[in-house]
Structures are given as structure tokens and as C-alpha cells.
Write a protein that binds this ligand. Structure first.
Ligand SMILES: N[C@@H](CCC(=O)N[C@@H](CS)C(=O)NCC(=O)O)C(=O)O
Length: 201
């Protein structure tokens, strides 16, 4: 199988961590691409009309995309450990929360990268950060017990979201006032799968 990949993408990182945690990394060849909403020349637009990574070309059948779909596909292939039936809706909601944080954090980067300076909106950027900030507060106040349970895809997604905040929005100091989450991340980031997938520009 072939995975359209970029080492800075937190969504691609989710897939890579899931592949490593389920022992399937050798089943995938990486195709390196780079792009943004305003530069889609290298992006997999033929396989994914949205022109986004990650996109996966399987051995048979059409390409599949969106990190949630690809992670679920690989987990299903490996026997279903990362989306446990007993906590399915919580796991999916936690993953959706982390994905929403990544969406907002990536849009903040695109605002600076894709728009001319005189067209950028500080209010809009701050509104995106407000989403991230509310999600961080929810993780700290409501999700610590789930985060501390057996490994699942919700945890992996949160780990990748927090890693992306360190990578692109370090100055926002997300750890302040979220000591439990910060301590959880300190431990989670030490997993070998997290270590070898650290984001790179
Ligand atoms: N919901 C998608 C989001 C993927 C996404 O936004 N990927 C970014 C890279 S971090 C991308 O490909 N951006 C190019 C674009 O938006 O045109 C997923 O979970 O896979």
C-alpha cells in the first residue's frame, strides 16, 4: 500500500503511530508530498478530491482518505484493538476532539502561510485558538481517566495534537493550567511510536 505523507502533518502522524502500534509499518510505502490549500500541485488530488494528506492507496479498491478512516481501516486489519467496542463512542469522540484541535491549529498556520499580510485576520486566528484552548480545558477536566486507560485511537490522536501544538504554537504555552494533561503527555510522548514520528518541517 502507498501512503501520501508529510512529516509535519499531525493527521499523517496519527496514521504512522497507528501503523507502528499495530505492527503494520512494513506494509506501507510512503510517498512524500508537500502542499497547502493554495499550493496543491504535489497533493494527491487524483486520489482524494480534497487534495489532503493522509491519503492511502490500498492493494485493491479505491483510495481512502481522512486520518479517521485510514486509522480505522488499519486497526480493523490488525484486529480492532485501538477502537475497543466497550468504549467505542468515547474513543471516537476523543479522536474527534483531537482532530478538531489539529484542524484549528493547522488553519492558524495556513492563515500566516497562505494569505498576504494585509488580508490576515487576528480575530479569526484567535477564534481558532479559542477552539484549541476549550478542547485543552475539556481534556484536562473530563478526559484524564480515559487518557490514562489502555491505549486507543483517542489517546493517539490527542498525543499527536499536543505534539503539533509544541511544534507550531509553542509560544501559546498550552501546558499552563493543564498540569494533569501535561504530565500525561510527558509520559505518552516517550512511546517509541511517538518518538520516531516527531514532526519535522
Ligand atoms: N480531516 C483530515 C484533515 C487532513 C488535513 O487537513 N491535512 C492537511 C495537512 S496537515 C492537508 O493536507 N492540507 C492541505 C489542504 O488543506 O489543502 C484528516 O483527518 O485526514
Amino acid at each position: 500500500m502507498k501512503l501520501f505523507h508529510n512529516p509535519a502533518s499531525p493527521f499523517v502522524r496519527k496514521v504512522m503511530v497507528a501503523l507502528i502500534e499495530t505492527g503494520q509499518l512494513d506494509d506501507v510505502t510512503l510517498i512524500s508530498v508537500a502542499g497547502s490549500p493554495t499550493a496543491s500541485e504535489q497533493m494527491p488530488t487524483a486520489q482524494n478530491p480534497l487534495g489532503k494528506v493522509p491519503t492511502l492507496i490500498r492493494d485493491s479498491g479505491p483510495a481512502i482518505y481522512d486520518s479517521r478512516v485510514i486509522c480505522r481501516f488499519f486497526d480493523h486489519r490488525a484486529g480492532g484493538r485501538l477502537y475497543p467496542e466497550s468504549h467505542l463512542w468515547e474513543t471516537l469522540t476523543l479522536e474527534a476532539t483531537a482532530d478538531g484541535m489539529m484542524d484549528a491549529a493547522v488553519l492558524m498556520v495556513y492563515e500566516a502561510r497562505c494569505r498576504p499580510e494585509d488580508k490576515r485576520s487576528e480575530e479569526w486566528v484567535e477564534s481558532q485558538w479559542n477552539k484549541v484552548s476549550r478542547a485543552l480545558d475539556a481534556l484536562e477536566s473530563r478526559w484524564m481517566s480515559h487518557l490514562s486507560g489502555p491505549l486507543d485511537m483517542g489517546q493517539i490522536a490527542v498525543g499527536c495534537a499536543l505534539g503539533y501544538l509544541d511544534f507550531r504554537h509553542d509560544a501559546r504555552n498550552w501546558r499552563k493550567g493543564r498540569e494533569a494533561l501535561a504530565a500525561w503527555y510527558e509520559d505518552f510522548a516517550g512511546r517509541p511510536a511517538m518518538q520516531v514520528t516527531q514532526p519535522r518541517a
